[in-house]
Design a protein around this ligand. Sequence first.
Ligand SMILES: [Zn+2]
Length: 256
Amino acid sequence: MTFKSTRTSVLLIISLIALLHVFFGSSLVWLVLPAVVFLLLIAYGSITIQANFFTPALCCADIVDKYIALSFDDGPNQQYTPEVLSTLAQYNAPATFFVIGKNILGNESILQQIDVAGHSIGNHSYSHSFFIDFKSVQGFKHELQQTEDSVFNVIGKRMTLFRPPYGVTTPHLAQAAKALNYTIVGWNIRSFDTTTKSAQAIAQRVQSQIKPGAIILFHDTSVKTIQALKQTLDFAKHNGYKVISIEQLLKINVYG
Ligand SMILES: [Zn+2]
């Protein structure tokens, strides 16, 4: 089910209701039904990146071997990113950092550390504004390009992966990402580490959902996440899961 197929189906249903009205005098009140269903589907498709509603998004790998990948959104920052990096180093685990462009200024050395440690870096918009989803195609392109240039100026690599802020997708976002040749990467395990109070609860939520091919979403923005990360990595180790990079898991390139 995509935006286009949904739109076509709804238009057909509306046409049918109109025809029934013209030929049989049935009530036009029935038009409310497809309109409501359409709006509900749009809302669901926007907030559910795994639905591939407005744009295809890679959210996991369809594999049976026990490989998983980690991702950290919303960095880089001085408070937490270095500790996430040292935790990953302790466990010899790779990860992808989806960075916010405006956070790079003043944190260039941290961005470099991520790269030098062998982790990959993806685009997570420039502003990560709460109202970003009202942007035009041009507005989204600007967000992507600003961050791409900021990262390129520090590590000399052009990113090709884009994770939409809040996991929300829109037709304008989809068009901008496509025009700039970005691959949209989501997740299939959301840790809710920004809203959950305890590290234990975050780790438990993640562990209960771990399966082969999973991509886990964390944020390098709190101490809780670092504690939950350690617990998750211990759990993975004890249960025979190996953490590999998103590019290995999805068999894609992270830089152009
Ligand atoms: Zn984010």
